[in-house]
Design a protein around this ligand. Structure first.
Ligand code: NDP
Length: 421
């Protein structure tokens, strides 16, 4: 029995909200609030017309960049938990508002600033690049800085309950709890074997996606970061139910938290599959400056190139009907159990067309939205009640793993899988 406020109404939110409505014993009341209220109203109308849920839905408009607007909305709706599935730019303002109103906070992606040229942020970023050794625009320091405040308030801020980060962290906690005395290496493999038929499109918010994949790669080894050029490290892997794919090493946010929370881990890497066409398009767009986040003057007004590009690309939420094929996302762990070396692979396979038939979405939004609902449900019901800022590998994985099976993301544990060189 809980009352939850969801911020954002894009591709991921669409799935998370529909999944909350499938779990209406827990999510009895839901408010969908976003910048464009029409999208919230349209989703509410779709869900209500299907007549399958008891969840009572309301909608609101909010600019989540404003702490004051967020506080006013939370004070009027009085939720127990706020699920942030807007953009990472809004993480800190929403966290501030949750603290002020004493409600739990949940998100799927760690903070990064919209304007990477803002001088105060830039100075802190450059210092961090030198000291920590990785140059991604996002890192956990801004959100972890709220740990004590959330603890003192007796509140949970659950960070990163999507698939990666999110389920990958839960897979790690599950491997640690049931399969290993000590985990030594973690390879996170994110494969999208789907085809949407467009020459170029991104599967989630284009701005966030292109920032991530055009950046330097990095991995964690023997206590420190090793940085690579973008797409410098390439491997091939034969993914169960998808087949052989090229994959490239990227920096990814869960490496930072897993390195902190998994004692004894020696190496953590993250690989994502990309087709050649995607890479060629991205390189070309980068070469002509279209991925830049710095404003330029055009015909008398300022535009941000990557935001203009976003306006030209297909809306990720519209890819559902056209995308065929499967995703396979999971983790390969090596380590020791009872003095013996051991290797396991835990993964989920998700079919784009099945997701579309169920919820009208493609698999990338689906594989993020389902875990967003699960994390929120575990916080709302108090099954997960650790206070402070919490990454998912710090919590008991078993209830989450059960809910993955129940709500559409069943997983497999394979012993002695093919490993990555
Ligand atoms: P979309 O761009 O589809 O949706 C974002 C939504 O947030 C839109 O409804 C948008 O409103 C709303 N929004 C943006 N700015 C504001 C604001 N200032 N105030 C209120 N609402 C706002 O993104 P996705 O659904 O693809 O992604 C959502 C989140 O999920 C992102 O943070 C992304 O990084 C994360 N993600 C996490 C993954 C994981 O595995 N952990 C994987 C994929 C995504 P409007 O409609 O007006 O534009």
């Amino acid at each position: 029995m809980s009352r939850v406020l969801v911020i954002g109404c894009g591709g991921v939110a669409g799935v998370a909200i529909q999944k909350c409505c499938q779990n209406d014993e827990v999510f009895t009341e839901l408010c969908i609030a976003s910048r464009t209220k029409e999208k919230c109203d349209a989703l509410k109308a779709k869900i209500e017309s299907e007549g399958k849920t008891k969840t009572v839905i309301t909608t609101a408009s909010v600019n989540a960049d404003s702490v004051e607007e967020m506080i006013a909305l939370i004070e009027s709706y009085k939720p127990e938990v706020v699920l942030n599935v807007a953009l990472p730019y809004q993480d800190l303002t929403i966290m501030e508002a949750c603290l002020a109103c004493k409600v739990h906070y949940v998100d799927t992606a760690n903070y990064e600033p919209e304007d990477t040229d803002e001088p105060v942020w830039r100075a802190a970023y450059e210092k961090r690049c030198k000291e920590a050794g990785f140059t991604a625009y996002f890192d956990y320091s801004y959100q972890w800085a709220y740990n004590e405040k959330f603890k003192e308030a007796g509140l949970t801020a659950l960070l990163g309950t999507g698939f990666d980060p999110g389920v990958t962290s839960v897979f790690t906690a599950y491997a640690q709890k049931h399969y290993f005395d000590e985990i030594h290496t973690i390879d996170i493999l994110d494969c999208n074997g789907g085809d949407h038929g467009y020459p170029f499109a991104t599967n989630f918010n284009p701005e966030i996606n292109l920032r991530e994949v055009s950046a330097n790669g990095s991995y964690w080894e023997n206590g420190h970061w090793i940085e690579t050029a973008p797409m410098e490290i390439k491997r091939e892997y034969d993914f169960p139910e998808v087949g052989r794919k090229d994959m490239y090493l990227l920096h990814h946010e869960e490496i930072e938290s897993l390195a902190k929370n998994i004692k004894g881990v020696k190496r953590i890497r993250f690989f994502m599959t990309f087709g050649q066409s995607y890479l060629t398009h991205m390189k070309c767009l980068e070469n002509v400056g279209m991925l830049s986040t710095s404003p330029v003057m055009f015909e008398g007004r300022e535009i941000v190139p990557i935001q203009f590009l976003k306006a030209l690309l297909p809306d990720p939420a519209s890819l559902g009907p056209r995308t065929v094929g499967k995703t396979n996302i999971g983790c390969i762990f090596t380590g020791v159990k009872d003095g013996k070396e051991k290797t396991i692979y835990i993964y989920n396979v998700c079919d784009h067309q099945e997701c579309y038939r169920e919820l009208g979405s493609q698999a990338i939004s689906y594989t993020t939205g389902v875990p967003a609902m699960i994390g929120t449900a575990l916080v709302a019901t108090g099954i997960w009640n650790k206070t402070g800022t919490v990454n998912l590998e710090e919590l008991d994985p078993d209830p989450y793993m059960d809910m993955l099976n129940k709500f559409g993301l069943p997983w497999v544990v394979e012993e002695n899988p093919q490993t990555v060189e």
